[in-house]
Design a protein. Sequence first.
Length: 99
Amino acid sequence: MQQPSKQQITIDLPPEAADGIYANLAIIAHNASEFVLDFARLLPGVPKAKVHARIVLTPAAAKGLHRSLGQNLERYENSHGEIKGGHPQDPGQIGFQTE
């Protein structure tokens, strides 16, 4: 059986996207055909967060992102130590939280 060859892809990073967008809050929703990830910035003392990016993924792409993010977190912690995070029940906690 012949192995499929891996296809080389080129990634274009336009200058307006190169700096990235800071987000400390993610809201994740899904239906039967897609996952929607909204990345927002919540500032202390401001009761409203603004969504700065929305990413829509197929379920298969979301699962691939989950796997890849987990692998990268593991590599990060192997190099830099355990990531210490706040707990959602902490008063005033701002940041990514799981629900």
